[in-house]
Structure formats: C-alpha cells, structure tokens
Design a protein around this ligand. Structure first.
Ligand SMILES: [Zn+2]
Length: 385
C-alpha cells in the first residue's frame, strides 16, 4: 500500500474509514516497560502490521517537533532543527507468527531489575521500537537531527522489506550521517554483518534403468565429490576493522532421483556461503565457483555484507558513549540485517537494542527490563550530551 492510500484522519463521509476498529492509544510519556508491553500486545505478524502502524502514526502525528510521513505500514518521523548532522534510528514493527497457543499478551516474570517480559516480539524487536517511540516523544530538541523509522515486512522475503520500499519510494527519508537499528544485541553494539550467497551445485549423470546401471552414470554418487569438498573446507575467520567475522560454507539441501528404479541423471546440492563483509559479492561468488570448479554453479540468492563502519567518526563517538554506560566491546553481527541496506545507501550503521539475539523468533522469547532501560538511557545520553 502506498501513502496515497493511507486513510486520512480528517476525511469526511465520502471516504469511509477502511477499518472501524478504533486506533489503539500508546502512551509515549509513561512507564517504558508499560509502553513496551503495549507495543508487544498489538499483534503485528508480517503482513498484518496495520493496527500497530496506525497506533504509531496516531501517537507521533500530534507531536509538533516531528514531521511525520507514512508509506504503507511504515512511519517516518523527523526533526528539522537545522543541526549539522542527522542520525537515522530505525526498527521493524513486524514479528514472526505467534505460537499455538499464542505467546501474547505479554507477561512479566520476576521482579525489579531481574524482571523479564515474555511474549512474541519482546526480543525481535519491539523493545527497540518502544525505545524509539519514547525518545521520539521526549527528545524535542536533540543535539542532532533524528529520523525515526518504523517499518513493516522485515521478517519475510527481502523484496517485500518495508525499509527497501522506503528506499525506493522516498530515498530522501533515509538519508543521514549514521544509522542505528534497534535489533536485539543484548544492549551491546554489533557492527556490520556477514553477506550471504546461496548457490545450486549441479552434478550431472546419465540416466539408465537401475537393472542395467552400468549403462548410466549415477549423479547422486558423483555428488560425493561436492560433499567431500564441503567436508574438507575450512571456513575462515576474517578481521574487518577490528571485529572478527566467522564465515560458513554449508550444504543446506540436496536433491536427486526421480523414481525407485532409475539411475538419476542429476543431483543438486544447495550450498549457503556466509562471508565476511571484507568480501564483495563478486568475490564471494568467485570463491564459491572456484571451490566447485568442474561443476555448474547457479546463484539463487545473494546479499552483500556490511562493514562494521566503526571507523566512521560518528559511529566511533556513539560506540564510546554507549560502551562507557554499558561496558563491553563492539562485536560482529553474523546474521544478515538491514544495516546492509543502509550500507548500500552509503550510511554507516550499527545494531544496538535490548534482548538476547539468540532468543529471537523462539517460542520462549523474553527480554529483561534492565536491557530496555540501558538502551533507552544510552541513546538518550548520546542524543542530549
Ligand atoms: Zn529483527
């Protein structure tokens, strides 16, 4: 859906609202844990983010210091203070599907600083979203201009991604000197991400009746050459700007054979290569083609990595402020995240958000309230000092 189709709050009876469901009210000025739970308790599985997007828009529109734009179920709110630099702080509002029975509404287990909020989205990544909302409201005059981005469709195919759609429809909205994604990092800074390449390695054979196998050539047997090369492969650990990225080269699927009495004439091994951000996509592809020389290699999916960007002065400044409050050191991000999308736009980006990333998408997703406060206070400090 484009912004043109966004329901107009001031429309008259000639344009009936698409939904008669009242917009959920989010209290951005109250208790952060309560806001976090309220955001989690609006289910927003990918493709079904409308209610939460409506709530975010309704909460931000009235704020005089923000210029709010909606594109489908993505909301962008910007300050225009004429500061010399601008930071983009972004988070996706969708989640993976609920469990059965549903792991919502949220519940709190434990007390005080030890308390944890359980439920879908508590780790990935409504904690980051709640912090964005609270700071977007409270920071009327931050020390740099801020673009707050709330986007849809992150947990589905890359071509549907709401941040990608914003980059196509409104590239100017994502411009900035630095970007922070509130993806879960257990309140640490994670820079960059590995790239990913998926290929099919096609192993040929010659078909024959299995009663006369000597007339053919068995493609599945020949695939052992591919599997041997994978088993012998030693993935590299590559240091990029001080962070060490572990690579991976793995078979993730194998397919061959058409019937129980036919010698197969093809076996396809699907291989996923996760590569350090020091390699370009063409480098990564060349590396895979080299490893499987002698076989046909077909690329089926590819996304470049992103360098950590921590050598950028703003990123370094951010890291210094945050780490002075949280302790710890910057770490590499192994999975692919939307920091790579910002890297493609020429905007250095890091991940920084509450929640243990190892619990993302798990049925027992849960976030310590201590992480929420830590990330909120660190961002607040950096944007006001
Ligand atoms: Zn996420």
């Amino acid at each position: 859906m484009t912004s043109d189709e966004t329901p107009d709050q001031s429309s008259d009876q000639t344009a009936p609202p698409v939904s008669s469901v009242p917009v959920i009210r989010l209290d951005l000025d109250g208790d952060l844990t309560a806001l976090f739970r309220a955001v989690c308790d609006v289910p927003s599985v990918s493709g079904d983010e409308r209610a939460l997007a409506d709530a975010v828009e309704a909460a931000l529109r009235p704020l005089a210091h923000l210029d709010v734009v909606r594109d489908g179920n993505a909301i962008v709110a910007r300050t225009h203070l004429g500061r010399s630099r601008r930071v983009v702080i972004a988070g996706h509002i969708d989640t993976v599907p609920l469990t059965d029975p549903p792991n919502l509404p949220t519940r709190v287990v434990g007390e005080g600083a030890q308390a944890e909020v359980w439920g879908r989205g508590t780790v990935d990544m409504k904690g980051g979203v709640a912090i964005q909302l609270a700071l977007a409201a409270s920071l009327t005059s931050p020390n740099q201009d801020v673009t707050w981005v709330f986007y849809d469709l992150e947990e589905v195919a890359s071509d549907l991604n709401g941040l990608g759609r914003l980059a196509r429809n409104h590239p100017e909205l994502l411009q900035g000197d630095f970007a922070i994604l509130g993806e879960p990092t257990a309140a640490g800074i994670e820079g960059g991400c590995n790239g990913t390449l998926r290929v099919e390695v096609r192993v040929p054979g010659v078909t024959a009746h299995s009663a006369r196998a000597w007339m053919g050539s068995n493609a599945i047997h020949s695939a052992s050459v591919v599997l041997d090369r994978l088993a012998a492969y030693e993935p590299a650990s590559i240091e990029v700007e001080g962070l060490v990225y572990r690579e991976g080269m793995n078979a993730v699927g194998i397919c061959g054979g058409i019937a129980g009495n036919v010698i197969p004439d093809e076996c396809v091994v699907t291989v996923n290569y996760r590569f350090a951000p020091s390699r370009s996509l063409p480098d990564a592809e060349a590396h895979v083609r080299d490893l499987f020389s002698g076989f046909e290699v077909v690329v089926t999916d590819a996304a470049p990595g992103a360098r950590p960007g921590l050598d950028d002065p703003i990123a370094a400044d951010f890291a210094e402020t945050v780490l002075s409050l949280t302790g710890g050191r910057p770490a590499p991000k192994y999975g692919w995240t939307d920091v790579a999308r910002f890297a493609e736009l020429g905007v250095p980006a890091v991940n920084f958000g509450p929640g243990d990333p190892l619990l993302a998408h798990k049925d027992d997703e849960r976030c310590p309230v201590g992480h929420l406060a830590l990330c909120h206070d660190a961002l607040h400090a950096w944007l006001t000092r």
